[in-house]
Design a binder for this molecule. Structure first.
Ligand SMILES: [Zn+2]
Length: 61
């Protein structure tokens, strides 16, 4: 299990895998950062790569 903050604020989410972490973060993202999720210029692929690297680098709880 790893705990990582949101990439845009200090809210944290937990997950056993990157996919679980992303799923756990999703409700927060939709509530707190809907503009980012709806950004037509947003690069989801880049977000995934950047945040997966962050997840991989984090320590296990
Ligand atoms: Zn956030």
């Amino acid at each position: 299990m790893k705990t990582l903050t949101c990439d845009l604020c200090d809210t944290t989410a937990q997950g056993e895998t990157f996919e679980q972490w992303m799923t756990a973060l999703q409700p927060h993202y939709m509530q707190a950062h809907p503009d980012v999720m709806n950004d037509p210029d947003g690069d989801m692929q880049k977000w995934m790569v950047d945040n997966k690297a962050r997840y991989e680098a984090a320590k296990e709880d």
